[in-house]
Design a protein around this ligand. Structure first.
Ligand code: NAP
Ligand code: MN
Length: 258
């Protein structure tokens, strides 16, 4: 476990901390290896953590992520930048614990496969999007509006929260589907409130016309032109291995959001 990489947010303070981590680890006998790290140190915010996970998406079985936040406490990080010594000490003395977090696997039916840590979204701001929602192959509702956000427990505090979805406490391995701009009146009806589901279900979003719609995967968006179906489930293949040097209360993290 001697190869490491550091992914830092592009700001001065994060760059300085990246240098500190690199120097301290090199002095302790570790080797910087950006292509094949066994540990990826992440310096920045939750957004930076997501970026780092996507950077190593093809190596997730081989790399663990260990984050330090250059702001408040994050959902993916247990240390703030003023706690660099404790952060490195926990790692170097082997006092870190590994936890795996599941990813969503999204298929467009056109051979494309995407992975999301926070959420997947299907959104169309150009016109009313009609979507048929299927749960485990069973038709559940016909939705009209802007789209849907499907969040993991980790992602429940991100975009899902802006949509008034429920925050899900750490440890709840559930998935949450929230409408985005649903139209509800005498002719059109759909559930209208967020729904929390078991993590072994498969969701499908089908439409005759996804033109103008976007598929959002964490920080990225992709055009859905030509697709007629999206399949979402917890990936049986990929998960993210995170290192934790100490326990931080979930409610202390939540307090940093408001
Ligand atoms: P970003 O600037 O990296 O992130 C937007 C904000 O969301 C940042 O303040 C980030 O925190 C925070 N965030 C990310 N993941 C979080 C989580 N799991 N729990 C709580 N806060 C979280 O934007 P981006 O790179 O385009 O997108 C990354 C994520 O941001 C997306 O997955 C989406 O959930 C979220 N986002 C939310 C909205 C919204 O609420 N309207 C809009 C766009 C994106 P840090 O400051 O710690 O990085
Ligand atoms: Mn960001």
């Amino acid at each position: 476990m001697k190869n490491f990489a550091v992914v830092a947010r592009p700001d001065e303070n994060s760059a300085r901390l990246k240098k500190v981590i690199t120097e301290r680890l090199t002095a302790a006998g570790y080797t910087e290896n950006e292509a094949e790290p066994e540990t990826c140190f992440v310096v920045g915010g939750d957004g930076t953590f997501i970026y780092a996970v996507h950077k190593y998406l093809d190596h997730l079985d081989k790399v663990r992520f260990y984050g330090i936040h250059t702001g408040t406490l994050g959902f993916f990080t247990d240390y703030r930048d003023c706690e660099m010594d404790e952060f490195l000490e926990a790692f170097l003395s082997g006092k870190v614990r590994e936890t795996a977090y599941k990813l969503f696997e999204v298929h467009t039916g056109k051979g494309h496969e995407y992975y999301a840590l926070n959420e997947m979204r299907v959104e169309n701001i150009t016109r009313t999007q009609v979507i048929d929602v299927f749960v485990d192959g069973e038709h559940f509702e016909t939705f009209r509006g802007t789209g849907f956000c499907v969040a993991t427990q980790l992602g429940s505090t991100a975009y899902n929260r802006s949509l008034h979805g429920a925050v899900m406490q750490e440890g709840l391995n559930l998935i949450e589907m929230t409408e985005i701009g649903g139209i509800h009146h005498s002719k059109f009806r759909s559930l209208g409130v967020p729904i929390v589901m078991r993590d072994d279900i498969t969701l499908q979003f089908r439409s005759d016309d996804f033109s103008g719609a976007l598929l959002g995967i964490d920080s990225d968006v992709f055009a859905l032109e030509g697709a007629d179906e999206l399949t979402v489930r917890i990936s049986p293949k990929k998960s993210v291995r995170m290192l934790k040097g100490r326990e931080v209360s979930y409610f202390a993290r939540l307090q940093t959001l408001f």
